[in-house]
Write a protein that binds this ligand. Structure first.
Ligand code: GDP
Ligand code: MG
Length: 226
C-alpha cells in the first residue's frame, strides 16, 4: 500500500532466473502484489519468483504483449507498475515514480531510460533504434515522447478499460503508450530513471523487433481502427 493505493507490480519473464532474483530482492515492501508472467521458461525463473514472494502466472503462447495482457487480467491493485525481469530497470525507483505519479496527477507515467548514464547498458545501435522509434511516435501522435520503448510504466488500473491493446509482441510497449496519450481523459507524463545493464540474455531481436515496431506504429496510426 502506498499512500492509500494498492500497488501491483507486473513482470514479464522469459528465462530470467538471474535477473528476477535481483529484481525481487530489491522490491519495496509497500508493494501489495507481484505478478510474474512466465512464458514457459526453461530455467528456474518460476521457482525463484515463487520463492521470493511473487505470484507466478503461466502464459503458454509466447510474446511480451501477450504476457502483459494475461498479467493485467489478474491484477487487483489500484495502480500497476511494470518492469523487466532482467534487472535493467531499478525497483528502487518505484517509490520515486509513485511520488511523481501522484504529484503530477498522472494516469500514466512513463519511466524514460534517457539520458543513459551507464554507457554499458545500451549499445549505440539500440540507442539509435530507440531514438528513431520515439521520434516516429512523437511525429505521428503530435506528442513528444522521449522513450517510446521503455518497459517501466506506472498507471491507474482503471484506464485499461478504455484501451484497445492488440499487440502480443514487443510492440506492446509503444501501443500502451499510444492508447494512453491519445485518450484525452488520460494524463500522460514521463520522467527519467537510471537504466543499467541487464542480467542474462536479451530476448529482443533488435532488427526484427525494431522494424516491426516501426511498421506497427504506422499501421496503428493510419490503419482502420477496430
Ligand atoms: N513472458 C514473456 N516475457 C518476455 C517475452 N519476451 C521478452 N520477455 C521479457 O520481457 C522483458 C523485456 O525483454 P528484453 O529482452 O529485456 O528486451 P529489452 O528490454 O527491450 O531489451 C524481459 O523481462 C523478458 O524476459 C515473452 O515472450 N514472454
Ligand atoms: Mg530488458
Amino acid at each position: 500500500m502506498y499512500k492509500g493505493l494498492q500497488i501491483t507490480v507486473i513482470i514479464p519473464c522469459l528465462n530470467e532466473e538471474q535477473g528476477i532474483e535481483q529484481v525481487l530482492i530489491r522490491m519495496p515492501s509497500f508493494v501489495d502484489e507481484i505478478i510474474v508472467v512466465d512464458n514457459n521458461s526453461t530455467d528456474r525463473t518460476a521457482d525463484v519468483a515463487r520463492r521470493l514472494g511473487a505470484k507466478v502466472i503461466r502464459e503458454t503462447v509466447r510474446g511480451y504483449g501477450r504476457s502483459y495482457k494475461k498479467g493485467f487480467a489478474e491484477a487487483c491493485g489500484d495502480v500497476i507498475v511494470t518492469l523487466d525481469g532482467d534487472h535493467s530497470y531499478p525497483p528502487d525507483a518505484i517509490s520515486y515514480l509513485l511520488e511523481a505519479f501522484l504529484h503530477l496527477k498522472a494516469d500514466f507515467l512513463n519511466a524514460s531510460r534517457f539520458p543513459v548514464r551507464d554507457r554499458a547498458s545500451m549499445s549505440l545501435k539500440h540507442h539509435l533504434g530507440n531514438l528513431v522509434l520515439s521520434l516516429a511516435l512523437s511525429v505521428l501522435y503530435f506528442r513528444w515522447v522521449r522513450d517510446s520503448q521503455s518497459g517501466m510504466w506506472v498507471f491507474r488500473r482503471s484506464i485499461l478499460e478504455h484501451m484497445n491493446l492488440e499487440s502480443d509482441s514487443m510492440a506492446f510497449s509503444e501501443e500502451i503508450k499510444i492508447e494512453a496519450l491519445r485518450n484525452p481523459k488520460v494524463r500522460f507524463e514521463e520522467i527519467s530513471i537510471l537504466y543499467s545493464s541487464r542480467l542474462g540474455e536479451i530476448k529482443l531481436n533488435p532488427w526484427r523487433d525494431g522494424m516491426y515496431n516501426l511498421y506497427f506504429l504506422a499501421r496503428k496510426r493510419f490503419g482502420r481502427r477496430s
